[in-house]
Design a protein around this ligand. Structure first.
Ligand SMILES: Cc1cc2nc3c(=O)[nH]c(=O)nc-3n(C[C@H](O)[C@H](O)[C@H](O)COP(=O)(O)OP(=O)(O)OC[C@H]3O[C@@H](n4cnc5c(N)ncnc54)[C@H](O)[C@@H]3O)c2cc1C
Length: 379
């Protein structure tokens, strides 16, 4: 089928490669160069985890994605997925219903070898942590982080190699009955991230842009933040929102917040507010003393395409034939990149998929609930 993909983030590019590989004639349009500087998928790093509380769907999808990341790494000149392992730690003893507890239980029941960590273990294993700040949790050797912007650049190159026509510097203005703007197509897949409601206003009540603060810090004691003693972490993430990464090769430690976010944000006001800086400093003072006064060398507000239940939105449009929407990453989709293309292609081509129901077209939802157990409880 002659197919148009709107948007060159991780949803658009992986779908384009998969559909082209299945023999469809694919054209992808995006206003940016790829990676687009404002796209969610564009950053120095994204967490790759299989830890999803009691949710076996995302855990299974994550396990498949990890295998995919390793295959991708093997084909790339240098690895872009770094398997440092992940540490999910809690300020109070792990409790049933809590993200750390339920992840631990589910992962152990699936045969994963996790290392439970006591209050004494945590600063011993990870000396950057203030003793007593976090008192329970575990280390999971499976998982780590991916260089997301670099991955997008690789996927764009691979898409071209797979025969995808990428038209950059062109935004789609309108979706028509026969395609987009002056282009015709038999299938249109909208992967426009948080911008989707500009093209499909009927989704305004179901998918909302929410701004999340991201900070890049340069610690003076860099060795404390090397991956071997400072893996990807969630610091009581479901209650603080804070998570972060080991130092990059140029000594940057990224810390961000997987919280409720700033609703209704638009491109004009993507500035981190002073109270968000202050909140970060308080968190650092409490948990990572060696980072408490480290200079912030970059800050950014990055925008989630947030669904009300935190699950992705990958579904055919109920009223517009040959139109499929694939977005709603809700702050946690990048890690699934190696399996996302096949998932979107199956649903776009009407091939049954076990997760189609979870990601269905669901305007009946009215109130926010927490689909991703790691997401801050007050979203
Ligand atoms: C701060 C932050 C931290 C995150 N951390 C993680 C993490 O640690 N782990 C993880 O798994 N996920 C994480 N995520 C989520 C993840 O980044 C997203 O779910 C994913 O990247 C969304 O990809 P996308 O392709 O839907 O959107 P985007 O990457 O935003 O791409 C959408 C594309 O559509 C294009 N577009 C928009 N309008 C049009 C138009 N009219 N015509 C043509 N093109 C258009 C844009 O230019 C853009 O390139 C995070 C997200 C944020 C914001």
């Amino acid at each position: 089928m002659k197919t148009i993909i709107i948007g060159g983030g991780v949803f658009g590019l992986t779908a384009a490669i998969e559909l082209a590989t299945r023999g469809h004639a694919v054209t992808l349009l995006d206003p940016g160069p790829l990676p687009h500087p404002l796209a969610e998928s564009t950053d120095i790093s994204k967490v790759v985890r299989i830890d999803y509380g009691a949710d076996a769907d995302y855990t299974a999808l994550g396990e498949a994605a990890i295998a995919g990341w390793k295959t991708w790494n093997a084909g790339w000149p240098r690895p872009l997925f770094h398997e440092t392992g992940v540490a999910f730690l809690s300020r109070t003893p792990m409790q049933p219903g809590g993200f750390e507890h339920d992840s631990y239980e589910l992962l152990v029941s699936r045969g994963h070898a996790l290392q439970r960590l006591t209050a004494a273990d945590i600063p011993t294993w990870f000396p950057a942590y203030r003793p007593g700040a976090l008192v329970d949790g575990y280390f999971n050797p499976v998982g780590g982080w991916a260089e997301s912007g670099a991955v997008i650049a690789k996927l764009a190159a691979e898409a071209r190699m797979s025969g995808v026509t990428i038209i950059a510097n062109r935004a789609v203005e309108r979706i028509t009955a026969s395609g987009v703007d002056d282009l015709t197509a038999e299938l249109v897949v909208v992967c426009a991230g948080a911008w989707v409601t500009q093209l499909l206003p009927e989704l305004e009540d179901s998918i909302r842009a929410s701004g999340q603060p991201v900070f890049h810090l340069r610690p003076s004691e860099r060795s404390l933040f090397e991956a071997s003693r400072f893996p990807v972490f969630g610091a009581d993430i479901a209650r603080t929102g804070y998570y972060g990464f080991p130092a990059t090769s140029d000594g940057i430690v990224k810390i961000a917040n997987h919280g409720a976010g700033e609703p209704g944000i638009n491109e004009g006001d993507l500035a981190v507010r002073p109270d968000q800086d202050a909140a970060l400093r308080l968190f650092l003072r409490t948990v990572f003393p060696a980072l408490a006064d480290a200079p912030i060398v970059h800050r950014r507000v990055c925008v989630y395409a947030d669904t009300l239940d935190g699950h992705f939105w990958i579904a055919p449009h109920p009223d517009r034939p040959n139109l499929v929407v694939a977005t709603g990453g809700s702050g946690h989709a990048f890690k699934f990149a190696p399996v996302l293309g096949a998932l979107i292609a199956d649903i776009a081509l009407g091939i049954p998929h076990p997760l189609a129901h979870k990601f269905r077209w669901r305007p009946e939802l009215v109130a926010p609930t927490r689909g991703d157990a790691a997401r801050h409880a007050d979203r």
